[in-house]
Design a binder for this molecule. Structure first.
Ligand SMILES: NC(=O)c1ccc[n+]([C@@H]2O[C@H](COP(=O)([O-])OP(=O)(O)OC[C@H]3O[C@@H](n4cnc5c(N)ncnc54)[C@H](O)[C@@H]3O)[C@@H](O)[C@H]2O)c1
Length: 371
């Protein structure tokens, strides 16, 4: 289909591309980027990309023509009803279409030699995710996955703090009131997938035990509330709960450590470290003036927008700087574990043994898949 243009911007002739594979690396020119799917999440990609240094936001693609033209006008960029036309004009794209379309759209981008940041979860099934990971390698393209919480300043600080702590247990809670968005997947793929990725990163050891339970709201075809308990080879225990039916938005991870309790609040970008010290403050002659029963340290966190940091990292990788910190392989690990959790919660199964888990988590051993 012919690209529909917003305003009267002249559409560049297909720029001469160095090759049909992996464009845009190591150039001093701004990286040419587009966004495919400009619904809830894609709108934010467009906003941040339009302001990012060394980036030229070329255009936006969406099957919703009205939304596409309106948003493209806002950022003074081209609108494409057919995203394959946008691919001819860019080095890289952010893909924010519904999850069930990630595979088809992602594959078309990679086959066109365009670097891809695809929203989480990487795909709707493990087979689709594997084929995206393989295609990125075959076409020598960057494949980053939108596990945005890795770029949340509160998570970054939590990760730093825990490097010097002896972690016993982790507790992740991600809860939202009912919403009409993202109801084409269960709460595990929509919300819990974020914390699965973060907990795997924090625990730093293979999963050896797992159980999960879930419930659903009225008439919901998917699970809306799921809680999973994971045991790791290094003795760490984690509980991960995600909900679409809670009357308050909550996004927290607590780390119960031998010498502290660290609480990270991703919504409010806050970290507090609690330590139970008991100390008497006394005069020289031994009279107790007061007793200190606990300490709370508030950790400084930066106010960088996580999406800004995520997209900066993507552009840096496209320029040939690095491999993404959350590439296809990491996202696939999270998806494998999410799929087992979802299945267990649906089946109401008891603890999975180490052997069962090894089978369920596929060809990668647990040590390599989850360690
Ligand atoms: N990282 C995060 O925190 C986060 C938050 C929300 C959503 N997401 C993810 O982003 C993705 C999109 O979710 P959303 O809530 O923005 O959905 P949405 O329904 O609001 O937006 C999807 C957009 O894609 C467009 N679209 C559909 N088919 C298309 C096609 N073939 N070509 C071009 N455009 C097409 C739709 O018209 C719509 O505008 C999902 O994978 C979701 O999991 C991630």
């Amino acid at each position: 289909m012919r690209p529909v243009q917003s305003e009267s911007l002249p559409l560049e002739k297909n720029a001469p591309l160095s090759s049909t594979r992996a464009r845009g690396r190591s150039s001093l020119e701004p990286v040419k980027v587009g966004v495919i799917g400009i619904g809830n999440m894609g709108q934010h990609h467009a906003r941040v990309l339009s302001r990012l240094k060394d980036v030229h936001l070329v255009g936006l693609a969406d099957v919703n023509v009205e939304l596409g033209i309106e948003t493209a006008s806002k950022y003074k960029v081209h609108y494409f009803e057919d995203y394959t036309e946008l691919l001819k004009q860019v080095d890289a794209v952010c893909v924010a279409v519904p999850t069930r379309l990630h595979h088809a759209v992602g594959m078309a981008c990679l086959k066109a030699g365009v670097h891809v940041l695809i929203e989480k979860p990487i795909a709707a099934s493990i087979a689709e995710a594997e084929s995206l990971v393989n295609a990125a390698a075959d076409f020598d393209c960057i494949l980053q996955v939108g596990h945005i919480e890795r770029f949340n300043p509160a998570f970054k600080e939590l990760h730093n703090v825990l490097k010097t702590e002896d972690v016993l247990a982790l507790e992740a809670r991600r809860m939202s009131p009912y919403s009409k968005r993202a109801n084409d997947v269960s709460v595990v793929l929509d919300l819990m997938i974020h914390d699965i990725d973060l907990i795997l990163e924090l625990a730093g050891a293979p999963v050896t035990k797992l159980t999960a339970n879930g419930s659903r709201g009225d008439n919901s075809p998917y699970l809306d509330y799921v809680t999973a308990t994971l045991g790791f080879a290094n003795g760490v225990v984690a509980t991960v709960t995600a909900s679409k039916v809670t009357h308050r938005k909550i996004r927290t991870i607590s780390a119960h450590c031998r010498n502290s309790l660290t609480e990270a609040d991703f919504l409010n970008n806050k970290i507090a470290i609690h330590r139970q010290t008991t100390e008497n403050c006394s005069t020289d002659y031994g009279q107790v003036l007061y007793r200190q029963d606990g300490l709370i340290e508030q950790v400084y966190t930066s106010n960088t927008e996580p999406l800004h940091a995520e997209l900066e990292h993507f552009v840096h990788c496209v320029r040939g700087g690095d491999q993404p910190s959350v590439g296809g392989e990491q996202a696939l690990k999270a998806l494998r574990l999410a799929s087992v959790i979802e299945q267990m919660a649906l089946d109401g199964q008891a603890w999975k043994s180490q052997d069962e888990l090894r089978l369920a988590l596929g060809p990668m051993t647990m040590a390599s898949a989850l360690g």
